[in-house]
Each structure stands twice: as C-alpha cells, then as structure tokens.
Design a protein around this ligand. Structure first.
Ligand SMILES: NC(=O)c1ccc[n+]([C@@H]2O[C@H](COP(=O)([O-])OP(=O)(O)OC[C@H]3O[C@@H](n4cnc5c(N)ncnc54)[C@H](OP(=O)(O)O)[C@@H]3O)[C@@H](O)[C@H]2O)c1
Length: 244
C-alpha cells in the first residue's frame, strides 16, 4: 500500500498491547509507514503472528513479552526496547459494572495497567528520546475519560488521568523535542463485548462503533512528522460522541 503520510522511516516504534485490537492495527500501520516496530504484549503466539504479518508485507518488527502490571517488567521492556523514537501507550483494559461490584484487586489492576504502566514507560523512555533529539508519544485514552458512562467510574478515571498526564508530559518534554499526545477512542470493535460496543456506537452522531484501523490511523498521524506542530492534544476519535 502507498504511504499517505510523511514517513517514519528508520524510527523505532514501541507499541504496547500490539498483540490485539487497536495496538495490533497500529503496529501494522506504523510498519507500513516505515517504522521498525517493537510489538509488545503478553501473548507470545499472537505477538509472533503480528510480527509475521508485518514482515510478510516487507516491514520490520520484533516481539517483546512483558506483563505491565509488574514494575520490574516495565523496566525490562524499556531496557530491551532500546532507543525508541515513537512510543504508543496502548496496552490496557476496561471494566464496566455497578460501582459496588468492583473489587479492590481489579480496581488496582485497572490503574496499574492503564496509568502506572504508561507513567513508568514515559519516565524511562522520554528522557532518552529528548537526549536523542526528540520523539513522539501517543497515549490511548478513551471517551470514557470525558463523558460519564454508567458503570465506568474507575475505567473512566484511569483514562481521564492519562489525558491529564499527557498534558503535563507535553509541558515537560516538548521543549526537548518530544511531542506527547493522546487519542480518545469511542467504542471500537476489538476483543471486548461486541453487543456493548454496538449499543454504544449507536449513541454517536455517526451511529456506529469504529474498526481498530480507524483509530490506528489517528495514532499513526500523531506519531508521524505530519503532526509536527501537535503536542499536548487529546484527539477524539469517537464518532462525535463527546461533541454532543
Ligand atoms: N475497544 C474499545 O472500545 C476502546 C475504546 C476506548 C479506548 N480503548 C483503549 O484502547 C486500548 C486497546 O484496547 P483494545 O480494545 O484494542 O484491547 P484488546 O484487544 O483487549 O488488547 C489489549 C492489549 O493490551 C495488552 N495488555 C492488557 N493488559 C496488559 C498488561 N497488564 N500487561 C501487558 N499487556 C497488557 C494485551 O496483551 P495480551 O493480549 O498479549 O496479553 C493486548 O495486546 C486500551 O487502552 C483500551 O482501554 C479501547
């Protein structure tokens, strides 16, 4: 496929949660734009499938397994990834249900995966990007961080935190050439409950949920030099849901 954006040739891009859904689509698109992609996840079989898909298409990729709920694994991932120019903080999960039904362990797991992991990956990698002359970080937030979704208080809290951190990191690192942005998707057909995603999609002005590729396009744009003057932004890719 022909590239439509100023290239990412030669850049090393780490995509967390690249074994599935939005992360997988992003890994494939970044490779198509010329990036050398590090596909991260826990499931090595699916990781190798993504690497194979990229290399079959003529791109470059390798897989690193790490459980981001463990801070030592976050440090190891950052060390093994090396000098990355693009970091996509995509790995994460959601939990929806009555507030009183969320147990403490799941609450902690949500904040560990969705907030603590991106925090310490940025802490490890952004200073190195700055020392190398710059880079681009894209955090995958959610419309749940902006609108009130019944049953989504904790999940929405993690994603609102991620957008707040995005702005603070833009202030901290952009003077050294590291752009930091977020994409806030609406409902996307991935691994999660398709009926819930479809019903949420029906509440958007576009009247449907997204495919993972449609979110990956926005992430790829923000990661690329085409977005050279964009930093500190949270871009809604939600079918207009947060506009109404
Ligand atoms: N789908 C939606 O409707 C939607 C909407 C808004 C925002 N988002 C956000 O988009 C991101 C991707 O979601 P998705 O729907 O594409 O999810 P998905 O298909 O379930 O994929 C999640 C990815 O994150 C990885 N992951 C999760 N927890 C991890 C952990 N503790 N350590 C390491 N890897 C971990 C998984 O790795 P393995 O499978 O290899 O273990 C997988 O690659 C998430 O941050 C999610 O909150 C999704």
């Amino acid at each position: 496929m022909t590239s439509t954006q100023p290239g990412l040739d030669g850049r090393i891009a780490l995509v967390t949660g690249g074994t599935s859904g939005i992360g997988r689509a992003t890994a494939v698109q970044l490779a198509r734009e010329g990036a050398e992609v590090i596909v991260h996840g826990r499931d090595a079989d699916r990781g190798e499938q993504v690497v194979a898909e990229i290399t079959r298409a003529g791109g470059k990729a390798r897989f690193i397994a790490a459980d981001l709920s463990d801070p030592a694994e976050i440090r190891r991932l950052a060390d093994e990834a090396g000098e990355v120019g693009v970091l996509v903080n995509n790995a994460g999960f959601s939990w929806f249900g009555p507030t009183a039904d969320l147990d403490v362990a799941t609450y902690d797991a949500l904040f560990d995966a969705n907030v603590r992991a991106p925090y310490f990956l940025v802490a490890a990698l952004a200073p190195r990007m700055a020392a190398n002359g710059g880079g681009s970080i894209v955090n995958v937030a959610s419309m749940a961080g902006t609108v009130g979704l019944a049953g989504g208080a904790a999940y929405g809290g993690t994603k609102a935190t991620l957008t707040a951190m995005t702005r603070a990191w833009a202030a901290e690192f952009s003077p050294s050439g590291v752009r930091v942005n977020a994409v806030a998707p609406g409902p996307v057909f991935t691994a999660a409950d398709p009926e819930r995603i479809e019903a949420l999609g029906a509440t958007t002005p576009l009247g449907r949920a997204a495919q993972a590729d449609e979110i990956a396009q926005v992430i790829t744009f923000l990661a690329s030099p085409a977005a050279a003057y964009v930093t500190g932004a949270t871009v809604a890719a939600d079918g207009g849901r947060t506009a109404i």
